[in-house]
Design a protein around this ligand. Structure first.
Ligand code: IPE
Ligand code: IPE
Ligand code: MG
Length: 248
């Protein structure tokens, strides 16, 4: 359901999460190898990071590499990890200039040392930035994250530090890798597939979902703004009735 709104005055979503999909198909369409699509995808990351800052978004979480993606051909995984190192090296000065702080979520123990070190360095170098928080989901899956959270809470209970009766949804949220961020307001998926692929399953409970058939390398600032404006036109009810929302 949509609402009658003035899109100029509606607030931007505080947290936008994006499943950046379609790099491989983009490359295949052009007779290139899949990695060429990932290279082009990095340019889209730069473009959309700037667009999100400009639009007033506070947190931008990008699904860059899933736990399941480790099972892709070694050649593609290596190319992606190498690309991450290069991109972070190249983009850090611009992130600082644009006041963007980098964070990451995921199972970094599986990352190659060089990529991990480079990301840690970029997080330290942008640690003072107060603008957009750019969160890269790398070696991330929601089931991995929820499993880890359960283990931590169970250990705390076994030690007697937490009473099982006192476990609330906030306890779970607080033990996820996203504990420092609000839940996503808007989830965008490029590449047209209508699924969430193990991304932020707990956190997207009430996110507005926007799927575009456009492949990630072709995703433009205008398309991003179209998603933001679509979000602004949606009525978020959080289980209440439309009348309750209007009278709040
Ligand atoms: C998304 O593009 C990027 C990653 C998963 C790393 P894909 O590589 O999944 O591209 P398609 O979906 O095969 O086109
Ligand atoms: C989702 O894309 C993961 C990322 C964008 C990093 P996939 O291409 O891995 O997802 P599936 O396999 O189509 O579900
Ligand atoms: Mg894909």
């Amino acid at each position: 359901m949509t609402k009658t709104t003035n899109q100029q005055t509606e607030p931007a979503p505080a947290h936008v999460a994006i499943i950046m999909d379609g790099n491989g198909r983009w490359a295949k369409q052009r007779g290139l190898n899949r990695s060429a699509g990932h290279v082009e995808g990095v340019n889209t990351v730069r473009r959309i990071t700037e667009a999100a800052s400009k639009a007033g978004v506070k947190y931008l979480t990008l699904y860059a590499f899933s736990t399941e993606n480790w099972n892709r051909p070694a050649e593609e995984v290596d190319a992606l990890m190498h690309l991450i190192v290069l991109a972070i090296e190249r983009e850090t000065p611009d992130l600082i200039r644009n006041n963007v702080r980098l964070t990451m979520i995921g199972d970094f123990e599986r990352m190659p040392r060089e990529a991990y070190d480079r990301l840690k360095q970029c997080m330290a170098d942008t640690g003072h930035c107060t603008g957009l928080v750019l969160c890269l989901a790398l070696s991330y899956s929601s089931r991995w994250e929820i499993t880890e959270a359960c283990r931590r809470i169970a250990e705390a209970a076994a030690r007697g530090d937490i009473d099982p009766e006192a476990i609330t949804p906030e306890t779970i949220s607080g033990n996820l890798t996203t504990a420092a961020m609000p839940d996503p307001d808007l989830l965008i998926r490029t590449g047209g597939d209508m699924r969430v692929s193990n991304f932020l399953l707990w956190q997207i409970a009430y996110a507005e979902i926007y799927v575009t058939p456009v492949f990630w390398p072709d995703f433009t600032e205008e398309m991003f703004m179209k998603a933001i404006n679509e979000y602004k036109s949606r009525e978020r009810r959080f289980g209440l009735t439309s009348e309750q929302i209007t009278n709040q």
